[in-house]
Ligand binder design. Structure first.
Ligand code: ZN
Length: 203
């Protein structure tokens, strides 16, 4: 991403010009602060990163998960996030059956190993099936995932700082909804990390 970045969601402030630069926040985060403390991506959803994620997600090339996780680990170290454990953004049961695996979990597990932290794969569930976010506007995305997540095991995350992991973020609506659920379930802080961020255009 082209710096400076929004301190919360991590998207480039470049597109918004001078107004955004002073506050350090993009217009989205200024109007509706997300539930996570910060979100960062290893790269942009384009070129070789995009093909790696597509190969992982749609062609089950799971060996790529370790490669991506290693790069994401470097982001955690660079940001200096002090986290207690790693939670993948869960898929709903129907999507999981259809795909056979959760790509976020394939990234979160090696990431937890690399960080020598607990992997909390059974803490958060997507209890309401959501339709794909592809093609939806920012407001539709927020509505689509609002209340979709729920913590089913509170004890591991109670008063802890959670690293929430997904493959891709676009507007951050999914990460926001998942972070909101984690905090409702007792987490003190949530940092969100994805392999790649879709590049947003200024409205
Ligand atoms: Zn922002």
């Amino acid at each position: 991403m082209v710096p400076p970045l929004c301190v919360r969601c991590g998207q480039s402030l470049e597109a918004w010009g001078e107004n955004a630069l002073g506050a350090g926040l993009c217009p989205f985060c200024r109007v509706t602060p997300p539930a996570y403390e910060a979100a960062r991506a290893w790269g942009r959803m384009e070129g070789s990163i995009r093909s790696a994620i597509h190969r992982l997600k749609y062609r089950r090339d799971v060996s790529l998960a370790d490669v991506l996780a290693a790069q994401m680990l470097a982001v955690v170290e660079r940001e200096g996030w002090q986290v207690d454990g790693v939670v993948p953004v869960p898929l709903g049961p129907a999507r999981l059956r259809e795909r056979g695996f959760n790509q976020a979990a394939l990234l979160a597990f090696p990431l937890a190993l690399g960080l020598r932290l607990p992997y909390w794969g059974q803490v958060l569930v997507r209890w309401r099936e959501t339709r794909t976010q592809v093609g939806l506007s920012a407001a539709e995305r927020r509505r689509n995932v609002a209340g979709a997540f729920r913590v089913v095991r509170e004890e591991p995350i109670m008063r802890k700082t959670v690293l929430l992991v997904d493959d891709v973020m676009t507007t951050g609506a999914t990460l926001d909804a998942a972070a909101r659920a984690l905090k409702k379930g007792g987490a003190a802080r949530v940092y969100a990390l994805v392999a790649a961020r879709a590049v947003l255009r200024a409205p």
